[in-house]
Design a protein. Structure first.
Length: 170
């Protein structure tokens, strides 16, 4: 025979289970959508697949040689790579030029040490909605998109750094 106390205990457990499920669902939603996987060749001839960087914080920097603000972002992310690379930051430049030589020349002139990936068909750029350049997409260690930033003014740069440090600290 079930007692009143047992029924209350069961009801309390059901309520707590519901609350925990809601919290887990909210945490998953806060993480952001999964970053679409892709594979692209680099200017060095090596293929790179995004999913191979699970466990690291990834900054995708979408750019093109004809974009006026892009060189500044390329250089900024080279500095960030040097600062945070040892604690799990991977920077991947995704270039939208249709002529690989332009990407190679600009990356070399800017002193970029991270991989420059060639998205000549712009399929990856369309998937990530890189309509305005430069675009920075931050991906957490679990492969979820956590932030998107456009060309950075001083205030936006502070926001990017906060987002980046938060992801590295997770």
């Amino acid at each position: 025979m079930e007692t009143r106390q047992h029924r209350r205990g069961a009801a309390t457990r059901l309520v707590l289970a519901g609350i925990l499920a809601a919290i887990a669902l909210a945490a998953t939603a806060a993480e952001g959508p999964a970053a679409p996987d892709f594979a692209l060749p680099s200017t060095a001839g090596t293929n790179f697949r995004l999913s191979e960087y699970r466990g690291e914080v990834v900054a995708l920097v979408f750019w093109a040689s004809w974009c006026g603000d892009c060189r500044q972002e390329l250089e900024r992310f080279e500095r960030l790579r040097r600062t945070y690379g040892s604690v799990g930051l991977t920077v991947l430049g995704v270039n939208l030029d249709t002529e690989p030589g332009r990407a190679t020349a600009l990356a070399g002139a800017a002193g970029i040490g991270y991989p420059v990936l060639l998205d000549e068909t712009q399929d990856v750029s369309r998937t990530y909605r890189a309509d305005d350049l430069p675009l920075i997409v931050l991906i957490d260690r679990r492969g979820a998109i956590r932030a998107r930033h456009q060309a950075l003014d001083e205030r936006e740069e502070r926001g990017l750094l906060v987002d980046l440090r938060d992801l590295i600290d997770e």
